[in-house]
Write a protein that binds this ligand. Structure first.
Ligand code: OOB
Length: 549
């Protein structure tokens, strides 16, 4: 079995790895092994459904082997990185398991990503291929992939998942259907190997890619499935983009498959689409970000919805769920609410399904595993007294010890002894449940979508009419935070407007969710009174002002 470590990957120290094996957290199974086992146990059970597909476990197993064989013929090999930019559809699962079986690493991109995100991701991962869709929701993803290929030397292959076999594809792009070969021999893999790369939020430099191993991720999937009480009767609805860690594994599609249940998918999460899917597929559990939960609750409170009675659990996570909203979820949708506080780097906290209502309403839950270690510390790294606010740091059997090939980010984000600095300010209650108070870092959490202030400022500074720009998150009743851009114009007679700024940022090929919600033109930025004012201090000062005004 191959045992060398992927270059750029920081493994757990040997003593910790040994402990996690002895404790039974890491079992040595790979994702391919899990699918093989499920297909053997319940070949006829439905693994994946969407509007156009209904695949049993046997079929998903066969399809992933077949595609893996075809991709190997194309030259995709163990440890190659492959960007996957697909909407929620059955082929996502087929593709990802095919790559898992090859030992190739999917790099999970979001459908909303555009050139400004994909070029740095493809470059940093040295991806050799991209799997994408044709035209989806009126956007031509194959053309986007082609524009990335010409900018990234390593990127050779564009594979397109399309319903239209006659669709015109960019030159050099291939219909993925050409690679569904007769299943052949597949490589032996090591569960301690990296299985895929997840993305952390934006940054102006090298993107932060998160290496997750079969061992560590499967542990989090298994524990999540247990905590969320999944079983063969589970029907998990993926409405959030499945490339994201929350619908992927908390417990998400992988949790549902681990439990032998069914994954159902919708291309969009609106109540109109999702409620119909809940009735049609008999959905039992789903996960939402707070603004979506609000939309669903408001729609359900009006009455006259499709039959939602199969739904038992609605999870809300990704951003802070306000207590007022948390109270309404259960009654409106006839479900148990579960709050989920997690991060692609590892740690995931859940309220438990039998927790008292005050815990479910007022906290973001506690770590899923007793082997997770969490501490709230002050700025010097000393633990704060229980019940007071501190910076959350964590380590454990599924929290990474370093980003992929990014020593600079590692130096900032990990302590010398391997704790991950989450950047979140939390209060750890005496009962062990966490209350997330906000972020220490310079991030806007726009209803679960994370936007790096630094990244967006760098785009704005390229605007010919903007002299300087500061991005902050200002309170928003629906999104939690909205993106406010404070800008100094070059010419006070010719001020940038929200419309022109948005058009400019969009023109730079930036994902739509990062567009500013407000532009405030100012002559000067405030002074902190200590001479030179850092951007960090400015953001803080502006945020404090926004909070009181
Ligand atoms: C999830 O993962 P990411 O990597 O997109 O974002 C992580 C960050 C956390 O550090 C925190 O700042 C924020 O998102 N966050 C929450 C939250 N859940 C995540 N802030 C307040 N309340 C919550 N419930 O967002 C993610 C990954 C796995 C499961 C769930 C969410």
């Amino acid at each position: 079995m191959p045992s060398t470590v992927l270059p750029g990957f920081t493994p757990w120290p040997e003593a910790a790895a040994q402990r996690y094996r002895e404790l039974g957290c890491w079992t040595g199974e790979t994702f391919g092994d899990v699918l093989t086992a499920r297909a053997a146990a319940t070949p006829e059970a439905i693994a994946v459904v969407d509007d156009n597909h209904r695949w049993t476990y046997a079929e998903l197993d066969r399809r992933s082997r077949s595609l893996a064989t075809g991709l190997a013929r194309l030259g995709i090999a163990r440890r190659d990185r492959v960007l996957v930019q697909l909407p929620n559809r059955a082929e996502f699962v087929e593709t990802v398991f095919a790559l898992f079986r090859l030992g190739a690493l999917p790099v999970f991109c979001l459908p909303a990503h555009r050139q400004a995100e994909l070029v740095p991701i493809a470059t940093a991962s040295a991806a050799t291929a991209i799997v994408t869709s044709g035209v989806h929701q009126r956007f031509d993803y194959a053309a986007l992939a082609d524009s990335i290929r010409v900018q990234v030397d390593s990127l050779h292959h564009i594979l397109v998942v399309t319903d239209d076999a006659d669709a015109a594809l960019p030159q050099g792009a291939r219909d993925i259907a050409e690679f569904r070969d007769e299943p052949g021999e597949l490589p032996a893999l090591d569960a301690s190997d990296v299985a895929f790369l997840q993305l952390s939020g934006g940054s102006t430099g090298v993107p932060k890619l998160i290496p997750r191993t079969h061992d560590d991720y499967l542990f989090s999937v298994r524990r999540s499935a247990e905590v969320c009480e999944l079983g063969p009767d589970t029907v998990y609805l993926a409405t959030l983009p499945i490339a994201h860690n929350f619908p992927m594994s908390s417990p998400g599609i992988l949790g549902a498959l681990w439990a032998g249940g069914t994954v159902a998918m919708t291309p969009d999460p609106t109540p109109a689409t999702a409620f119909a899917a809940i009735e049609k597929f008999g959905v039992t559990i789903t996960g939402l970000v707070p603004p979506l939960a609000r939309l669903w609750v408001e729609r359900a409170e009006k009455g006259g919805t499709p039959d939602l009675s199969s739904l038992r659990v609605v999870q809300v996570g990704g951003a802070r769920c306000q207590e007022e909203l948390a109270r309404r979820v259960g009654p409106a949708l006839g479900v148990t609410l579960q709050q989920v506080f997690g991060m692609a780097e590892g740690l995931v906290c859940y309220t438990r399904l039998d927790d008292p209502i005050d815990v479910v309403i007022a906290t973001q839950g506690r770590p899923m595993s007793e082997y997770d270690e969490v501490k709230a510390v002050d700025d010097d790294g000393n633990e704060v007294p229980p019940g007071t606010d501190g910076n959350l740091i964590t380590q454990g059997p599924y929290t990474i010890r370093g980003y992929y090939d990014n020593a600079e980010a590692d130096a900032r984000s990990f302590t010398a002894d391997g704790w991950y600095r989450t950047g979140d300010i939390v209060r750890i209650r005496p009962d062990g449940n966490l209350v997330v108070q906000g972020r220490a870092g310079d991030w806007v959490n726009r209803g679960g979508e994370k936007v790096s202030a630094e990244e967006l400022e760098a785009h704005l500074l390229e605007h010919p009419g903007i002299r300087d720009a500061i991005i902050i998150g200002t309170p928003d009743p629906v999104l939690g935070q909205r993106i406010s851009a404070f800008v100094q114009p070059v010419d006070p007679e010719n001020k940038p407007t929200l419309t022109t700024v948005r058009a400019f940022v969009r023109g730079r090929g930036v994902a739509a969710w990062k567009m500013p919600d407000a532009v405030v033109v100012v002559d000067d930025f405030p002074e902190t009174g200590v001479g030179k004012t850092s951007r960090k201090e400015l953001r803080q000062l502006l945020a404090e002002r926004a909070a009181v005004s």
